[in-house]
Design a protein around this ligand. Structure first.
Ligand code: FES
Length: 91
C-alpha cells in the first residue's frame, strides 16, 4: 500500500491543497490503483512557506501545485507498479 498524504493545514489549504487532492483522486481513478494507494489529508508538515506539501510514504515533496501532481504521481507512485496496458496497472 502506497500512502499519499496532502497537507490541509491553513497555509497549504490557501495554496490549493484541495485542488492537489482532486488531481490525485482523478489519477488514482484513471489508473485504477485505488486498491493499492491510500490518499488522505494531513496537518502541517512544517514546510508552510510555498506551495502545498505532499508526503508519499516517508518522503515529503514541497512546493507542489496542481500542475505538478501528474509528474509526482508518475515518478513516485505509478513507477512502483507493473504497467500492463494503456490506462491500467497492476502492483
Ligand atoms: S500548513 Fe502545510 S506544511 Fe504547514
Amino acid at each position: 500500500m502506497i500512502c499519499i498524504e496532502v497537507c490541509v493545514g491553513s497555509s497549504c489549504f490557501l495554496r490549493g491543497s484541495s485542488k492537489v487532492i482532486a488531481e490525485f483522486q482523478r489519477l488514482i481513478a484513471e489508473y485504477r490503483v485505488n486498491a493499492s494507494v491510500h490518499l488522505k489529508g494531513c496537518f502541517c508538515l512544517d514546510h508552510c512557506t510555498q506551495g502545498v506539501s505532499v508526503k508519499i510514504d516517508d518522503t515529503v515533496y514541497r512546493e507542489t501545485y496542481p500542475g505538478d501532481v501528474q509528474r509526482l504521481f508518475e515518478e513516485h507512485v505509478l513507477s512502483r507498479f507493473e504497467v500492463t496496458g494503456a490506462g491500467s496497472t497492476e502492483g
